[in-house]
Each structure stands twice: as C-alpha cells, then as structure tokens.
Design a protein around this ligand. Structure first.
Ligand SMILES: [Zn+2]
Length: 263
C-alpha cells in the first residue's frame, strides 16, 4: 500500500458513510455550517448543512450527492470540494448541502434505499419519510444553481443534464472546464436521452418528461428545477473508470459549474 494513495482507497472507506460523516462534522465546524438532521433510522442519518449566508434566487447554491448509494464518487467529490473551499463556505457562499442523501445505500453499495425505493424517482412522494423531511426543509427556499452528483455504469465518459433557462446556457462551459480530468461521453444516445457532445439541455416541456418517460416519478433535479432552482445540473461520471479520477472529475465539475453560473 503506497502512502500517497487517497485515504478512501487506503482504508477501503469509499462506501463508509461514517467516515464521510466524520469529515463533514469537522468541516462544518471550520466552515460555521449549521447541521439539520432530515432522518435518523438509528444506524444512518441523512443530514443537510447550511452556510451562514442565506441562499436566495440570485445567489443560492444547492448541492446534493449520494442519492444513489452505488455511485460513491459524488459524495467524495463533494466532500473534497467542500474541504478545499471551507473558507468560501464560511464567508462567501450561500449554500445548502446534502452530503450523502442515501447513506445506507452507500454502505451497501446499492442504488435504492432500505425499502427498495429509487429515491431519484420519488422526490414528489411525501409518503416517504425522508422525502417528506426534505420537503419541510426546502419549503420556500430558492436557489440560482442546483448540482446533483451521480454516476453511470454504462457511461463512456462524463456527461450532463442541464435543466435551465432559454436565454442562458451554462452546461457546455461547465463541461469544457472539467473534461480534462475525464473526457466526455460523445455518444448521441445516452441512457435513453439524445445528447450533443455529452450534454442534454432542456428549458421547457420538463413536466411532460416525468409523465411520459418516468412513470410519474420525479427525479430530484426535475423537482428542484420546477420548484426551487433556476438551473439544475445532473452530472454523471463513468463508474467503470478509476475512482480517484471520478472523484477529481466530480470536484472539478462543482468548481466549473459554480464558476460558470455565478459569472
Ligand atoms: Zn444516480
């Protein structure tokens, strides 16, 4: 084992939500973040962090990782980004952060939660206790930019869904800034969507997608875009690539998207 290997590999903790939580706890003190527990099942808890600056429609930033437990690069990339930006979180950013939305799934390396629900098709479902808590937490909140961090086993590179505005495009510039880490998936069809050089951008007809293609189940990004955020970007890294590269790509994407959206 080499000493320069990242900790999550050296200690086999890529799927350890407790290790992730310990580092967020330390970070939250340094960054003066406020912690709220959305759900605690006695073994795992889902938490949200808020910065001292209150997010709004012009400056607000929403960051979420780990909705799918078998996609570890998102939570670790988000953590590493936050650790590198702790002073900006303390002094500049107006942000809400969900560091690991499905910790049991992460521990068990499964996409779904303990009840077998794909949370990313359930963001409308207030009968789900976690989603109900999320709705209470989100009530009345507005953001400029929401980032949803995911991975895809079939992907051949990075790719991005942009839900945004007709008069302002941010996804392409964000992808361009992070493709040096992992190149784009350039296939025209990815996961049943029509992509252009790794980007699928929508500015209208979004509600119809839920009804027509997703059986009425709302992904987080669609729900957040329709109710809370001007831009919602879902970033995907390819699960078969090396984990350190995927984590670097996730971190680079967060930097790139923020840099682009808040220009
Ligand atoms: Zn996912």
């Amino acid at each position: 084992m080499t000493s320069d290997r990242p900790g999550y590999l050296a200690q086999h903790s890529a799927h350890d939500p407790a290790e992730l939580a310990r580092r967020w706890s330390r970070l939250s003190q340094q960054g003066c973040l406020t912690e709220s527990t959305l759900l605690d099942d006695g073994e795992f808890s889902v938490v949200a962090y808020e910065t001292r600056q209150s997010p709004g429609a012009r400056n607000g930033l929403y960051l979420c990782a780990g909705v799918h437990g078998d996609e570890p690069a998102g939570p670790w990339g988000l953590l590493e980004w936050a650790e590198a930006n702790v002073e900006r979180l303390r002094d500049d950013f107006a942000a809400v952060i969900f560091p690991c939305f499905n910790p049991r799934g992460l521990a068990e390396n499964t996409r779904r939660d303990a009840s077998g629900t794909d949370l990313n098709r359930a963001f409308h479902d207030r009968a789900n206790p976690l989603i109900a808590a999320w709705h209470r937490f989100m009530e009345g909140r507005k953001f400029r930019l929401a980032l949803h961090l995911h991975e895809d086993y079939d992907a051949r590179g990075i790719y991005l869904y942009e839900l945004g505005q007709k008069d302002r495009e941010i996804g392409e510039a964000a992808l361009r800034k992070c493709e040096a880490v992992i190149p784009r998936d350039t296939r025209p069809r990815i996961d049943d969507g029509d992509f252009t050089n790794g980007l699928l951008r929508r500015t209208d007809g979004i509600e119809e997608i839920v009804a027509d293609r997703l059986g009425g189940g709302y992904p987080e990004a669609i729900y957040v875009h329709l109710h809370h955020a001007a831009f919602a970007l879902t970033f995907e890294t390819p699960s078969e690539f090396s984990l350190p590269d995927r984590i670097r790509a996730q971190r680079a994407f967060i930097d790139a998207a923020i840099g682009t959206a808040f220009l």
